[in-house]
Design a protein around this ligand. Structure first.
Ligand code: ZN
Ligand code: ZN
Length: 271
């Protein structure tokens, strides 16, 4: 199982000399195994994936959206395969039903006056799969187990736990934490090879914005330790945090949980 971080920033894309090492593209992580391409979120990191030479081996992708906030979907109309009629994109979402469904939501975002090309004019075939977070999903492959979990975020968000042939990756962003939620996170992340977790805030920032629906690197390490995961990837970085601050956060996090890494744009890992 190969995991690649294409975009690791939260909220909005940034570019500055102070953030160049970690990167400034928004949430997007791909997972590849057995000629399958599965993508967690479709932020601006998705654009880099669309430009990567590995795409020549694929003609379809499964895109698992945590939710529909801009930082998680804004790469979609710039993803090269959406302009190729031989491609099929399968979108999954647990939070579009109150807004008329997933197709309607994407059509609204990516049609005039918000986008120059009407959604229905993109050449790729698109399928829309909607579900209630908390239920397991079938993505058409018998050896893949995909569990989902409702997260605590304004408007809702969904976490994913993907297992295939003894390898497990857990994607938990965007969410705040609480004493009640921590046992749920631990159960959901139990024994994973990698936990990717919403580490937007420091403890001080969390106290300033308790209702923004994001968690902290400190909570990430507490969950990682209790769930006995093999590695923890800090993710959905605060756009205000410079490379220097991120390095400092990483050092502190590694003191709490030695298996911590920093999700950075372009980082690839074989699980
Ligand atoms: Zn976000
Ligand atoms: Zn969000």
């Amino acid at each position: 199982m190969k995991v690649t971080f294409w975009g690791t920033r939260g909220s909005y894309p940034i570019a500055s000399p102070q953030t160049i090492k970690v990167g400034g593209r928004t949430s997007c992580v791909s997972v590849e195994f057995d000629q399958q391409l599965i993508i967690f979120d479709a932020g601006t990191g998705l654009i880099s994936l669309g430009e990567d030479s590995r795409l020549q081996y694929y003609t379809q992708a499964t895109i698992l959206l945590s939710h529909l906030h801009h930082d998680h979907i804004m790469g979609i109309p710039f993803f090269k395969p959406i302009f190729l009629k031989e491609w099929t994109l399968n979108f999954y979402s647990g939070h579009a039903a109150p807004f008329g469904g997933l197709e309607k939501a994407l059509q609204t975002c990516f049609s005039p006056p918000y986008f120059p090309v009407p959604w229905e004019d993109f050449p790729a075939t698109r399928h829309y799969h909607e579900f209630e977070p908390g239920r397991p999903l079938s993505i058409g492959s018998t050896d893949v187990m995909l569990e989902t979990m409702a997260l605590d975020h304004p408007g809702g968000a969904c976490g994913y736990r993907l297992s295939q042939q003894g390898h497990t990756i857990v994607y938990l962003t965007d969410t705040k934490h609480s004493n009640l939620l921590r046992p749920e996170f631990i159960r959901f992340s139990q024994g994973a090879d990698m936990l990717i977790y919403d580490s937007t805030f420091t403890d001080t920032e969390f106290d300033q914005h308790p209702d923004w629906g994001h968690s902290t690197w400190k909570e990430a390490t507490a969950v990682a330790k209790a769930a006995k995961v093999k590695s923890l990837a800090l993710f959905h970085h605060n756009p205000d945090h410079s490379d220097e601050e991120m390095q400092d956060i990483l050092t502190q996090a590694q003191a709490e949980f030695a298996g911590t890494i920093l999700g950075t744009d372009g980082l690839g890992i074989n699980l």
